[in-house]
Design a protein around this ligand. Structure first.
Ligand code: SF4
Length: 102
């Protein structure tokens, strides 16, 4: 199980759909079939894969993915480069993770 200090989610209302986030950090960001981007947790980091796409798991502000510590720099870079300014980074919070319903 990866160590994690941060979590990340995307405000899809602001996403421009350019995919820069996935180019920078494909382990955390994924394009959805409607042309907007979502976050995910990879099994290689957390033991099981979860895609926060509004189907199997919530999207938007309830679709909060844990960030493996070794990917923090990449996720921060993605948030900095994101033209929609819609990549939201928060401190890790166990209660928020428990409320995701995943
Ligand atoms: S970089 Fe931002 S605006 Fe671009 S696809 Fe990713 S979340 Fe959407």
């Amino acid at each position: 199980m990866a160590e994690t200090k941060l979590m990340v989610w995307i405000d899809q209302d602001l996403c421009t759909g350019d995919g820069i986030c996935e180019e920078i950090c494909p382990d955390v960001f994924l394009g959805r079939d409607d042309g907007l981007w979502v976050v995910k947790e990879e099994a290689s980091h957390f033991g099981s894969s979860i895609i926060f796409d509004g189907k199997g798991a919530p999207d938007g502000s309830r679709g909060v993915a844990r960030v493996p510590d070794k990917l923090i720099d990449d996720v921060v870079e993605a948030a900095t480069e994101c033209p929609g300014e819609c990549i939201m980074i928060e401190p890790y919070d166990a209660d928020t993770v428990a409320k995701r319903g995943t």
